[in-house]
Design a protein around this ligand. Structure first.
Ligand code: PLP
Length: 435
């Protein structure tokens, strides 16, 4: 059936035929695992070495070679890698850390445990990453660091962010949990800031269980990270005289973590990580081909815009984690996004809500007194009220109305991808039926 015929046809949500009858499980399955992953994990289990770190060190080395960073530390999850990164760049009591409001909570909530607070910045309406223009307005003498999240795989505007950071002597933490293997103007995401944190949990584009990684070129950051959350390596891996200042002792305090937390990864994850890493570049290329094909098929369709960098910019979407698309209701007679999603879903288009809840409006960041300070934790350690009212970050607050959750193809199978694209085109071209 041609596209032209489909557009005149009744929408499936109104009782018409579906544009995509054959929904596929296989094209979405992730991670892709083989007997090689199973064998690697089995060996760890049989050796009983789940809590050792010999295999993890190998994984760290190989990750560092892939990324192009000297120092790499594996973690039990991305949350811990990022909290450690915050400590490692010097975030401490009373400090402020600038974080985009649209992200997973673990880009910023850990500041509370360090006696610091997140200050949220708005996002750019096109990249959906932190808006550099909004960062500068939020800097105070208390600001210590900026967290740049490469949201849903889209590279944040690192040139502008790094320039602001240099000007104000701030540290830049890249949260790369959505963007493993992505490029920003030809450079690997995670090599642009002072330190990068990656989640590698099972639903991410690099997926190996509950796992994370911290990567940096700074020996000082690396050693502060070990001191904070890798107690098992404090005896063997700490060398910097600088650390004496951190631990406020004559020698290194070895054997105890400064952060009172344990960050070690399970070696079953490291073993799987080593296998996954061998195939990741090639699997990521396949995802990029598939996703670019899909968006190319939707080029010019009213109401839809791809969330991806400009062609030939040297920037890419990495493994295209959790793909979203821009939704322009004005081009579809003001059709609310919810109705569009339901209609595409009925066509078999694999569409859902996109984006995430703006963190600055969440009660945990406004009201919760987590540590019995007699006031909300958000302002317990600061000398000013940093809370941000509704209306203060408009792009973040309206995001849910202007994005869609799109299918995340893991294989470049043209015929299947065309069927999904047909579902979107059919609804966009027949939106009047829904008004
Ligand atoms: C998943 C995620 C994290 C946290 O990682 P975990 O491995 O789940 O602890 C941090 N930041 C972002 C943006 C994430 O999506």
């Amino acid at each position: 059936m041609s596209v032209e015929n489909l557009t005149s046809e009744k929408l499936a949500i109104l009782g018409g035929p579906k544009a995509n009858e054959l929904e596929s499980e296989e094209i979405f399955r992730w991670p892709i695992t083989t007997a090689e992953d199973e064998q690697a994990v089995l060996e760890v289990i049989r050796a009983g070495s789940m809590s050792a770190w010999d295999i993890s060190r190998k994984f760290e080395e190989e990750w560092g070679e892939y990324l192009g960073r000297k120092f790499n530390l594996s973690y039990c999850n991305g949350t811990m890698a990022l909290m450690t990164a915050m400590f490692a760049v010097g975030v401490g009591r009373g400090d402020e850390v600038i974080v985009p409001s649209i992200t997973y909570w673990a880009s910023g909530l850990q500041t509370h445990l360090l006696g610091a607070t997140p200050v949220f910045a708005d996002i750019d309406p096109v990249t959906l990453c932190i808006d550099p223009r909004d960062i500068e307005r939020r800097i105070t003498p208390r600001t210590r660091a900026i967290v740049a999240v490469h949201y849903c795989g889209h590279p944040a505007e690192m040139d502008a962010i790094l320039e602001i950071a240099r000007k104000h002597k701030l540290k830049v933490i890249e949260d790369c949990s959505h963007a493993h293997g992505g490029l920003y103007k030809g450079e690997m995401i995670g090599t642009l800031g002072d330190v990068a944190g990656f989640s590698m949990m099972a639903s991410k584009s690099f997926a190996i269980g509950e796992a994370g990684m911290l990567s940096t070129n700074s020996r000082e950051i690396y050693e502060r990270a070990i001191a904070f959350s890798h107690y098992e390596r404090t005896k063997t891996d700490l060398t910097l005289p600088d650390l004496k200042r951190v631990v406020a002792a004559d020698g290194f305090v070895t054997g105890l973590p400064l952060g009172a937390v344990k960050g070690r990864i399970n070696q079953t994850c490291s073993a799987m990580g080593r296998v996954q890493l061998k195939y990741y570049p090639q699997r990521m290329q396949e995802i990029q081909k598939a996703m670019n094909r899909f968006w190319d098929l939707l080029e010019g369709v009213p109401g839809l815009r791809a969330h991806r960098p400009q062609r030939y910019s040297g920037s890419t979407m990495g493994g295209w984690y959790n793909p979203i698309g821009h939704y322009v209701a004005a081009e579809l007679g003001g059709l609310p996004v919810r109705k569009f999603i339901d209609a595409v879903q009925a066509e078999g288009g694999h569409c859902g809500r996109g984006g995430s809840f703006p963190l600055h409006l969440h009660p945990v960041l406004n009201e919760a007194d987590i540590f019995h300070d007699g006031k909300p934790t958000r302002i317990a350690f600061t000398d000013r009220d940093v809370r941000q009212k509704p209306g203060s970050l408009p792009v973040s607050e309206h995001l849910a109305e202007s994005v869609l959750g799109m299918p995340w193809f893991k294989h470049d199978w043209p015929e299947e991808i065309e069927r999904y694209a047909a579902a979107y085109r059919k609804v966009a071209n027949s939106f009047e039926q829904l008004l």
